[in-house]
Design a protein around this ligand. Structure first.
Ligand code: SDX
Length: 363
């Protein structure tokens, strides 16, 4: 079978956007600790920082927020598309299709900050529109007076969200916004590197994001915790899983060989929200047990909980349906993809790695 290196350890590009330090467990966005930004700032401010390189002053933040708010509405043609896509298509497939449909119009090479704002604003509306339609619920139009995170929750439920839920989801969205050259970001940059357009590049990224090894893990984490069910059952269940050679969803990381700083930050946010919720209590116990057993079964692999493990806890704590976990991660990461695409356009160099031919030669 042909070997695939996974480009492990290969540098694809320099970037000013973020530092992912897998040895020390640090995540830096444009010179700031990501976990400080998650606690002290709003989605809009950090989105501005990632795409512009500096935090916005009050006037810049107001203008940016206004631009985002005004871009939330779905074009009629897009609504018609969302209405006819077969109901059985998974929501991430719908999202990928819908974003690809934006190609053309303002979405032509080169990518612009206006395109980034448009796609960041419209993506949550697409998710909410399709989720409610698929579940036979009436469509909720965006509410201009709500911020980006609160409006997303409002469009999903039709109710004004609890401030604690907005704060918790906001922290998750900020911590999920950007993570260096991960698979979906790399996919988007490869597409754009051919001078394709931002919508096509982000549609490609969504295709990468939906895989369970990347953004699809939180749903699997919930299924694992539900299958374990109780603290007493954690050790036998995990041992059996590892003996089968299964991967524990929500654990391990290509870069972090120490604790994922996002998982640490999300554990704190969830703890503040969930208090002594028995389910969260079980999650913390499963995390400790899994890390201990992974060290036993996979010595030297440094496998810890990653962002997805406690992302599942947050999203469950705010009662987000599991089918919305990966779409919600996508509503965060669209900011990082946009920032990278703006950076990619500056260097304008097509990606073309090598491969080693292992097949036969002609006689
Ligand atoms: C994200 O890249 C990013 O930045 C991604 C991300 C982002 O923000 O964009 O951080 C988001 O993708 C988080 C990861 C979400 N996925 C999961 O939680 C799925 C479970 N985890 C994995 O499958 C795995 O850890 C990866 C894919 C995340 C990373 O895998 P690597 O670095 O390629 O590791 P590997 O496949 O080379 O495995 C090395 C060893 C293997 O054992 P051996 O074959 O050497 O005996 O570690 C084992 C693996 O079997 N291993 C695990 C494991 N992860 C790795 N064993 C059990 N459970 C796991 N979760």
């Amino acid at each position: 079978m042909a070997k695939v290196t996974g480009l492990d350890g290969i540098v694809a590009a320099d970037t000013d956007i973020s530092l992912v330090d897998g040895t020390q467990g640090h995540l830096v966005y444009r010179g700031f600790w990501a976990k400080d930004l998650a606690v002290q700032y709003e989605y809009e401010e950090v989105a501005y920082l990632l795409c512009n390189g500096v935090l916005p002053d009050q006037a810049q933040n107001q203008q940016f927020t206004k631009n985002l708010t005004e871009s939330r509405q779905l074009p009629e043609a897009l609504k018609r598309l969302l209405d006819i896509i077969p109901r059985e298509m998974p929501i991430m497939g719908v999202l990928q299709t819908a974003i690809a449909m934006l190609s053309g119009g303002i979405f032509i090479w080169p990518p612009t900050k206006e395109q980034a704002i448009r796609i960041t604003a419209i993506l949550p509306t697409i998710i909410a529109y399709r989720y409610r339609m698929q579940n036979g619920l009436s469509v909720i139009e965006p509410k201009p007076e709500l911020g980006h995170t609160a409006n997303f929750l409002y469009m999903l439920t039709g109710e004004l969200p609890k401030p604690a839920h907005v704060k918790a989801l906001g922290a998750y969205l900020i911590l999920g916004m950007e993570h260096g050259m991960n698979a979906s970001t790399f996919a988007s940059r490869v597409v754009l590197s051919t001078q394709s357009d931002m919508a096509s590049a982000i549609s490609a990224a969504i295709g990468a994001m939906k895989g369970p090894l990347h953004g699809g893990a939180p749903t699997e984490v919930i299924a694992m915790l539900d299958a374990i069910g109780s603290k007493e059952h954690a050790e036998p269940w995990i041992r059996e899983s590892l003996e089968r050679g299964d991967r524990l969803m929500g654990f391990g990381h290509r870069i972090y060989k120490t604790k994922d700083p996002r998982a640490e930050a999300l554990r704190e946010v969830t703890e503040a929200l969930s208090g002594n919720d028995p389910w969260f209590d079980l999650a913390v116990h499963v995390e400790k047990t899994a890390v201990r057993l992974l060290a036993e079964y996979k010595p030297g692999r440094h496998l810890y909980a990653n962002v997805e493990f406690f992302a599942a806890s947050i999203m469950r704590a705010i009662a987000l349906p599991t089918e919305l976990f990966t779409p919600t991660f996508t509503a965060a990461r669209v900011v990082g993809w946009s920032a990278h695409l703006l950076e990619q356009a500056e260097v304008n160099r097509i990606f073309r790695p090598q491969s080693v031919y292992t097949g036969p030669m002609p006689g």
